[in-house]
Design a protein around this ligand. Structure first.
Ligand code: ATP
Ligand code: MG
Length: 228
């Protein structure tokens, strides 16, 4: 008998006080990092790979993975000036709705959920970048998500200047936040990843996209063993 493709490897750590997605049937993967590092590119490449393996794949993003989320995304990224707490609460509202109505139901039915940003972006951007405090923003985010953490979080690490130079079009409010802000968020992501290597995969996002994609697939292989 082939192994259950949805089985979670035994070495996936359960973090105290947090609900790990491993308790659900599906596979939950988030992509994190600064602007222009290649998150959307990698989500798309992995999504096509998994669909070809016959998995149900749900590709989504934060903010904006739901109809309400799209309205919140517009307000957060392109609306009037927000104080940092308002910004953090709007991200948390987007996340609560996203997890409750889209992510958790998909994981419960056994789908693979790939999200372009998740709560680690809030911890890095609002907690450290905006100076609200990483611990407080993490608590707020975990409360919003009812503790749900991904099986694997891919950090695409890149010099912020290189990432921003890859982007075309008018910068949004976060993209325009300045070099020091982007340097601090990069450091925050790296520090957070170092604290929990069981969940995080840190990759050099300066490599060609196909090389990065192969490294992501290799990390996920144990979770997909036995898939058609
Ligand atoms: N590994 C790579 N090397 C060089 N260019 C890349 C790489 N990955 C993606 N790109 C290109 O860089 C640009 C930004 O990529 P992408 O949109 O995937 O990044 P992102 O992290 O989703 O950006 P954003 O923060 O704006 O959502 C795109 O033009 C994409 O084709
Ligand atoms: Mg993107």
């Amino acid at each position: 008998m082939s192994p259950d493709p949805r089985a979670v490897p035994a070495d996936v750590p359960r973090e105290r006080g947090r609900e790990h997605a491993g308790d659900l049937a599906g596979l939950f993967v988030s992509f994190e990092g600064g602007d222009g590092v290649g998150k959307s590119t990698q989500v798309s490449l992995l999504g096509h790979h998994l669909a070809a393996l016959g998995r149900e794949v749900v590709v989504t993003r934060e903010p904006g993975g739901t109809p309400l989320g799209l309205e919140l995304r517009q307000a957060i990224l392109h609306g009037e000036d927000l104080d940092p707490r308002t910004e953090a609460l709007l991200y948390a509202a987007d996340r609560a709705h996203h997890v409750a109505t889209l992510v958790r139901p998909a994981l419960e039915r056994g789908a693979v959920v790939l999200t372009d940003r998740y709560l680690d972006s809030s911890v890095a951007y609002q907690g450290t970048g905006r100076g609200l405090g990483a611990d407080e923003v993490e608590r707020l985010s975990l409360w919003a998500a009812r503790g749900l953490l991904p099986h694997v979080t891919v950090l695409l690490d890149l010099d912020p200047a290189v990432g921003l130079a890859r982007l075309t079009g008018d910068p949004d409010r976060l993209e325009s936040a300045g070099a020091d802000f982007h340097r601090r968020t990069r450091e925050a992501f790296l520090a957070r990843a170092a604290q929990d290597p069981g969940r995080w995969l840190v990759l050099d996002a300066a490599q060609p996209a196909e090389v990065v994609a192969a490294q992501v697939r290799e990390r996920l292989a144990p979770f997909l063993a036995g898939a058609a």
